[in-house]
Design a protein around this ligand. Structure first.
Ligand code: ADP
Ligand code: ADP
Ligand code: MG
Length: 484
């Protein structure tokens, strides 16, 4: 079981591919990357030890698991890291790797399958004593049956795709009269994105906070947590800003979330890393909503407050190493905030913006980390997720991290395509944000104000740059005159 990994195939693209390359390099492990026809200019293609194209449909390239496994075998890899999205939560893929003698860097296929099914996982967690929200305990395709459950638990309810993710296939229903229409549109979205029509209904909590726990477990029953992340700042149920530690979480609630999460993972015999997501209501009740059996987009905030490299730990666990530290040895130092930088236009309903990045100057300095895969002159292909970079900042206290966030976001200069950078600037100046007062309704509620301020920042920045340009040209002209 204890087989050292010496070469890893990275079955992903973008910033997470680069993140895994970096972990491998530090561990002295060789890496092999893949890229689609549309990704020939990807920065990970240049940084990889070896790289192979997968021709054909640019999205299917990263889902083509037969081709990916055969590439891994041909290039003598002993393991595959799936990153997030794409094949990372496919039990079939994990199983296929195992069948071919390739280590899948992630949990066991049975756990991926269990938590890929939101209803089955809620039932499993309930059995272990983890609190869940009321609703259907089996998949529903039938409208009338779903409506009956909704009536029983009482409106408002949320309709969800049983096999959904990424904020898709969800609809909030306030009143019974809207149920039919919303059930149908949620089902349609689920079929479109996940090719599944199983739905479920759950009690809807008004403006909760989203608190999740990072779990890490080895093959020998050692399960520990790496603290919580507050991911309440969301746009339409998709995370936009993530924070560790939560600036406003009752210590008792925090401890309870840690306790039930580690207990559940121990009981289930879970291994590798994983994230257990909870909603916390106004009265500090906690409810398990789902678990992600993979590395999370927002893992860097946990890395910054614990000093641990989550990707490296994941690789070590996959090769059969025992966890080298106990819960008591994990300490949480300071605060970290991650800002998802998306290529999208907040003024056009957040439509994805593909196109060329003309100038890209990233922030740096103390306490600033950039996980990104774009550069000046790079053209963003239209086929993938709009997240192009993550800006992560760290400081010892909350006030310090907010100040750092402001400074770093102001330093960020990206020209050529619309992004949400200016929106982030508005958020970090908002008094409620500064006081740590936010829930999952916060961002959408304040969006109009944030948009106005963002526009103002944008104009101000342009004005300043224009003035600077003029000043520089005068100096240049002046110098020329002096020389002549
Ligand atoms: P995280 O849960 O790590 O915070 P997201 O929910 O944004 O991050 O998902 C990470 C990536 O995986 C995104 O690119 C998202 O589109 C994709 N993704 C998440 N769940 C699924 C799914 N069930 N099917 C396909 N893609 C998914
Ligand atoms: P996904 O798989 O898309 O990440 P989740 O089930 O994790 O879906 O939910 C994503 C977000 O949707 C949550 O963080 C929360 O903001 C909102 N949400 C989900 N379920 C509920 C609920 N029962 N009540 C209120 N909000 C919810
Ligand atoms: Mg989720």
């Amino acid at each position: 079981m204890n087989k050292k990994i010496s070469k890893v195939l990275i079955a992903n693209r973008g910033e997470i591919a680069l993140r895994i390359i970096r972990a491998c390099k530090e561990m002295g492990i060789s890496n092999v990357c893949i890229f689609s026809e549309a990704d020939i200019d990807g920065v990970w293609v240049r940084k990889a030890d070896e790289c192979y194209p997968i021709m054909g449909n640019p999205v299917q390239a990263y889902l083509n698991y037969e081709k990916i496994i055969s590439l891994a075998i041909k290039s003598n890899c002993d393991a595959i890291h799936p990153g997030y999205g794409f094949l990372s939560e496919s039990p079939e893929f994990a199983q296929a790797c195992e069948d071919k003698g390739i280590i899948f860097i992630g949990p066991k296929p049975e756990h991926i399958a269990l938590f890929g099914d939101k209803i089955a996982s809620k039932n499993a967690m309930k059995k272990i004593g983890v609190p869940i929200l009321g609703g259907t305990d089996e998949p529903i395709k039938d409208l009338e049956k779903a409506k009956e459950v909704a009536r029983e638990i009482g409106f408002p309810v949320i309709i969800k795709a049983a096999f959904g993710g990424g904020g898709r296939g969800m609809r909030i229903v306030d009143e019974e009269k809207d149920f039919e229409k919303l059930f149908q549109s949620a089902t349609e979205e689920s079929v479109k994105f996940f090719a599944k029509s199983e739905m479920f209904v759950e009690k809807y909590i008004k403006n909760p906070r989203h608190i999740e726990v990072q779990i890490i477990a080895d093959k020998y029953g050692n399960v520990i947590h790496l603290g919580e992340r507050d991911c309440s700042i969301q746009r339409r149920h998709q995370k936009v800003i993530e924070i560790a530690q939560s600036p406003r979480l009752n210590q008792k609630v925090r401890r309870e979330i840690f306790r039930v999460s580690t207990k559940a993972m121990f009981k289930l015999g879970y291994e590798s890393v994983g994230t257990i997501e909870f909603l916390v209501d106004k009265d500090d009740n906690i409810y398990f909503i789902e678990m992600n059996t993979r590395v999370q987009v927002e893992h860097p905030v946990t890395e910054l407050i614990t000093g641990l490299d989550i990707i490296q730990r994941m690789i070590r666990i996959a090769e059969g190493s025992e966890l080298k530290f106990m819960q008591e040895e994990i300490s949480f130092r300071g605060y970290a905030i991650e800002f998802r930088i998306n290529a999208e236009d907040p003024n056009k309903g957040f439509a994805p913006s593909s196109g060329k990045i003309e100038t890209y100057i990233t922030p740096g300095g103390p306490g600033v980390r950039m996980d990104s895969s774009v550069y000046t002159g790079y053209t963003i292909p239209p086929y993938y997720d709009s997240m192009i970079a993550k800006l992560i900042v760290w400081a010892l206290d909350w006030e310090g991290v907010v100040a750092k966030a402001r400074r770093a976001l102001d330093e960020f200069y990206l020209k050529g395509i619309p992004t949400n950078i200016a929106l982030h600037r508005a958020v970090v100046r908002d008094p409620d944000f500064i006081e740590g007062k936010f829930d999952t309704g916060y961002f959408d509620k304040k969006l109009a104000t944030f948009n106005l301020e963002a526009k103002h920042f944008f104009e101000e920045e342009n004005e300043k740059l224009e003035k600077m340009q003029k000043f520089i040209s005068t100096i240049k002209t002046h110098k020329l005159e002096v020389r002549h």
